[in-house]
Design a protein around this ligand. Structure first.
Ligand code: BG6
Ligand code: MG
Length: 230
C-alpha cells in the first residue's frame, strides 16, 4: 500500500450523476409550493445536507412553514429521489470514475468516500462500487455538514493519513471549502469558475492526467498557494 497520500471522493456529481435526481426531486417540491427553482439555484444545494437543502430551497421561495411540514417534505423528497436511485445501475457511473479507481488500485493508493448523503451506501451498491472503497463516511456519520471539514477529517482517520496528505475530489462549492478547511488538497470537478477555490480543476474525471497521482501529488505539491499545474 502506498503511504504517501490518501484520496477522498465525494459521491454525488463526482462518482455518479445523482445531482440531476436531487434537482428533479427538489424542483417538484418547489413546483408544488409555487415558485421557480432553477439549475443555478441548485448549485447552492450541492454538497449540503438534506435538511439544509430544504432550508435553502424554502429561502429561495421565501416560504415559512412549520417544523412538522418540513419533516413531511424531507420525507417525500427523499421518497421521490429514491425512486430514481432504485433504477440506477453501473451505466450511471460518471465517465472516468471507474478508470480512476483502477489507477489508484494499481498505484496502491487507498481511497474512501466522503459524502453528505445518507443514501450513499445504497447508491454505491446500486452501481456496484461499494466493495471498492476501503471506508465510507456518509451523512449518517457526521454531525456537521459541508462546508464544515468534519466529513473529510473522519475520512482521513479511516485512511490513517494526515489531512495534509489527503486529496479530495469534489463537485460542490461547499465540498471544496470543506476540503480546504480540512487542510487537504482539493480537486474541483466541474465548472472552473464555480469551483474557483479548488487547488486543481478538471471538467470531469476523464481529464485527470495519468501521472496526476504518481508525479504531481507524490512530488509534495500538497502545500497550499502553489501555482496551479493543471
Ligand atoms: C450531497 C448532495 O452529496 O448529499 C446534496 O450533493 C444532498 O445535494 C446531500 O442534499 C444529502 O443527500 P441525501 O441523499 O442524504 O438526501
Ligand atoms: Mg457532490
Amino acid at each position: 500500500m502506498n503511504k504517501t497520500i490518501g484520496v477522498i471522493f465525494d459521491l454525488d456529481g463526482v462518482i455518479v450523476d445523482t445531482a440531476k435526481y436531487h434537482f428533479l426531486a427538489w424542483k417538484d417540491l418547489a413546483d408544488e409550493l409555487g415558485f421557480e427553482f432553477t439549475e443555478t439555484h441548485n448549485e447552492s444545494l450541492k454538497g449540503v445536507s438534506r435538511v439544509q437543502s430544504l432550508e435553502i430551497l424554502l429561502g429561495i421561495g421565501n416560504i415559512e412553514i412549520s417544523e412538522e411540514k418540513k419533516q413531511e417534505y424531507l420525507l417525500s423528497k427523499n421518497e421521490q429521489y429514491l425512486e430514481y436511485i432504485y433504477k440506477m445501475g453501473p451505466d450511471e457511473i460518471l465517465p472516468g470514475a471507474s478508470e480512476l479507481l483502477d489507477t489508484l488500485d494499481e498505484l496502491g493508493i487507498n481511497y474512501v468516500l466522503g459524502s453528505a448523503s445518507k443514501n450513499a451506501p445504497l447508491i454505491l451498491k446500486q452501481v456496484n462500487l461499494f466493495h471498492r472503497f476501503s471506508g465510507i463516511v456518509d451523512g449518517n456519520s457526521v454531525s456537521k455538514a459541508k462546508p464544515d471539514p468534519e466529513v473529510f477529517l473522519i475520512g482521513a482517520q479511516k485512511l490513517n493519513m494526515q489531512p495534509k496528505h489527503c486529496v479530495v475530489f469534489e463537485d460542490a462549492i461547499a465540498g471544496v471549502e470543506a476540503a480546504n478547511a480540512a487542510n487537504m488538497t482539493s480537486v474541483g470537478i466541474g465548472d472552473k469558475q464555480t469551483l474557483n477555490k479548488a487547488h486543481f480543476n478538471f471538467n470531469d474525471l476523464t481529464e485527470i492526467p495519468e501521472d496526476f497521482f504518481s508525479s504531481v501529488i507524490s512530488e509534495k505539491i500538497l502545500k497550499k498557494n502553489e501555482p496551479k499545474l493543471y
